[in-house]
Every structure is written in structure tokens, then in C-alpha cells.
Design a binder for this molecule. Structure first.
Ligand code: NDP
Length: 322
């Protein structure tokens, strides 16, 4: 089968589109014939070795498709079932592997591309808005990269929970998308200092929570946007990691809270996985959560998909189609 493999950490030129044996399932695993694979920022960290995996490996955590084979201990799913997953292995391929207890059935009526697009970023937006900092009416949230994959979904969920949303984006076109997702105020952070704008928009009060996926370029000013006892949810690092942090900044800013969450801890049990994926897929199916999937690439063009994602060219979800 064809797969996108990494033999050596590095740039996009280290992504090899090559022939490899089909995976076979371990006792608790399933092999899924991939119809759509999700591209996520974490894939670029696996590629560069920032988050190392054992070499060589096939890229991709997220996918949707049809169960092709199951291990001997799997009884939850059977060959032919339509499934999606957000933490499998080797989804940038014609066939990927996943622990069966990490897979979710795709509801009738939802296509594979939509299911793949909803899983990882949808469950992330879900735990950020319902778990890391549980939003309620009256809260004001600052959402960075508001037109990104997570950003568009997080904005919609925050509005659904009754919060006021201020977003940041880099271009006018992205600003339009972020407003369309429900953001009440959109800041072009490439043109204006977002800290000054947040101060102006909140009358100096600051926001209750900042959801920051940009990190290096935004971190310090994100802290400065918070009201006393507000919370910084630092969940990504699209501009690079935060390398120096003195906890005293939290007291200086007014007894602030900070968390650095990852999805894995918020879908650790089968119950929590089913609850978050169930909500997200249900909302997509009933039309109350809209997904933007305008960036589909053939599997062979995974390099282009990474180039677009890292080059801030994408909005919403990026998919690879084998
Ligand atoms: P996005 O669609 O948000 O793409 C990244 C966006 O970040 C860009 O479009 C850009 O938006 C913004 N950005 C700002 N500065 C830079 C920069 N220097 N280089 C590149 N992009 C920049 O990606 P995802 O929705 O897939 O992921 C968003 C973040 O969330 C990632 O950092 C990812 O690792 C993290 N994440 C964390 C999870 C967790 O559980 N902790 C789970 C899922 C994702 P703009 O042009 O508007 O600035």
C-alpha cells in the first residue's frame, strides 16, 4: 500500500510517499481502510522530532474509513464498520491502525471526510470549552488563530455556551470566517497589538480566559489580557514553544491560572471519548456545528498540505484523501 513515511526527522522533504506492507492488527487493534486522514499541527511536530516517535514511522493520528481487519480480542467492532479515530497510528496511508477502544462509529448520514475532520479538532475544542475552562454565559474568551481548525470550532462551542468571544486572526479573509463562526470581536493581530485591543474592547477589565495555540509570539501578552484570577489555556505552539517562564508572572498578573492541556488526558476513558466524540458528531450531523473542509489534498501531496498548514495558508480542516 501507499503511505507517507518519515525515516529521518526534519523538514517537509523528509516526508516519503512510498510503498509499504499493509499493517496487521495486534490483539486489541483494528486495521482501517482509510477514506480520509486528518492533518493536524502535531503531525508537523512528529515530522520534525519536536515530539519524537520511533523511526521509521507513518505519519497521521486521525482518520475515518472502514474496518478491514480486527485483532483476536476485539469485539466492539467488526469488518465493514464505518469508524473514525483521533489517536490511531499511520493514518497518512491507504490502511491505518487503531486500538479498537479508541475508535468511534460514524453516525449514518455523515461522510468519511466530515467524520475525519470533526474528531481531533472537534474533541479539542470540546474539552477546551467544557473542561479546561468551562465557559458559561457572562464569560469573555480570547481565542487565538480564530480561523484555524480548532479556532473555528472553539468559537462556535464558546458561543453555544453563551460566552462572549474575541478572536485574533492574521488576514481580512480569516477575519470574515471567524466572524461567521460567531466571534463577537475579531482582532487582526498582524496589524494591531492584540493586548491593547483587548484592553479597549473589555474597558480595561480583561478576559476570563485566553485559549492560546500560538505560544511564542503571543504568550506574554496573553497573560497580560487576563482579568485577576483569569486562566491561560496554553494548548499549542504554532509560532514556536515558550522556552522561559517564571511563575511569578502569575502573581504579578493577578493570581492567574495557567494550564497546558493535551487531548489525550481529556479522552482517557472510553466514557469520556464517547461523550466528547458523540457530542461533536451529533452537532455536526444536526447542523448546529459547522465544519470547514476546503483543504483536501491527495495523499501523494501530503508535503503540500504541511506547507499550507505551516505557512498559515489554511482555514478550518486539512484532509488527505488516499
Ligand atoms: P490551525 O488551523 O490553527 O493552524 C495554525 C494557525 O496558527 C495558522 O493558520 C495561523 O493563523 C496561526 N499562527 C500564528 N502564528 C503562526 C506561525 N508562526 N506559524 C504558523 N501558524 C501560525 O491548526 P490546528 O487547528 O490544527 O492546531 C492549532 C494548534 O492547536 C496547534 O498549535 C496544535 O498543535 C494545537 N493543538 C493542541 C491540541 C491539544 O490537545 N493540546 C490538540 C489539537 C491541536 P493566523 O494566520 O490567523 O495567525
Amino acid at each position: 500500500m501507499k503511505a507517507v513515511r518519515v525515516h529521518e526527522y526534519g523538514g517537509r522533504d523528509k516526508m516519503m510517499f512510498e510503498d509499504v506492507d499493509r499493517p496487521s492488527p495486534g490483539p486489541d487493534e483494528a486495521v482501517v481502510s482509510i477514506e480520509a486522514a486528518g492533518v493536524n499541527y502535531i503531525d508537523t511536530y512528529h515530522r520534525t522530532g519536536l515530539y519524537p516517535l520511533n523511526l521509521p514511522f507513518t505519519l497521521g493520528l486521525e482518520g475515518a474509513g472502514v474496518v478491514d481487519a480486527v485483532g483476536e480480542r476485539v469485539d466492539r467492532f467488526s469488518v465493514g464498520d464505518r469508524v473514525a479515530f483521533a489517536n490511531g497510528q499511520g493514518a497518512y496511508a491507504e490502511y491505518g491502525l487503531c486500538q479498537a477502544d479508541r475508535m468511534i462509529s460514524i453516525p449514518n448520514g455523515l461522510d468519511f471526510g466530515t467524520a475525519a475532520a470533526a474528531m481531533l479538532q472537534g474533541m479539542t475544542a470540546h474539552y477546551l470549552s467544557h473542561g479546561s475552562f468551562a465557559l458559561q454565559p457572562g464569560h469573555t474568551a480570547l481565542v487565538h488563530a480564530g480561523a484555524g481548525g480548532v479556532g473555528l470550532l472553539l468559537t462556535q462551542m464558546a458561543k453555544r455556551l453563551g460566552a462572549h468571544v474575541i478572536s485574533t486572526v492574521s488576514t481580512d479573509a480569516k477575519a470574515e470566517l471567524s466572524s461567521g463562526a460567531g466571534a463577537d470581536d475579531v482582532i487582526l493581530y498582524t496589524q494591531a497589538d492584540f493586548k491593547d485591543e483587548v484592553e479597549r474592547l473589555t474597558g480595561g477589565a480583561g478576559v476570563d480566559v485566553v485559549y492560546d495555540s500560538v505560544a511564542k509570539d503571543t504568550f506574554e501578552r496573553s497573560l497580560a489580557c487576563l482579568r485577576a484570577r483569569g486562566m491561560l489555556v496554553l494548548y499549542g505552539q504554532s509560532s514556536g514553544p515558550v522556552t522561559a517562564f517564571n511563575p511569578k508572572a502569575l502573581s504579578d498578573g493577578g493570581s492567574l491560572f495557567m494550564t497546558r492541556p493535551t487531548l489525550g488526558n481529556y479522552i482517557a476513558s472510553r466514557e469520556e471519548l464517547e461523550q466528547r466524540a458523540g457530542d461533536v458528531l451529533q452537532w455536526v450531523a444536526d447542523g448546529s456545528l459547522s465544519l470547514r473542509t476546503e483543504h483536501d489534498y491527495p495523499l501523494a501531496e501530503a508535503v503540500e498540505a504541511h506547507r499550507a498548514l505551516e505557512g498559515r495558508k489554511t482555514t478550518g480542516k486539512v484532509l488527505l484523501i488516499p
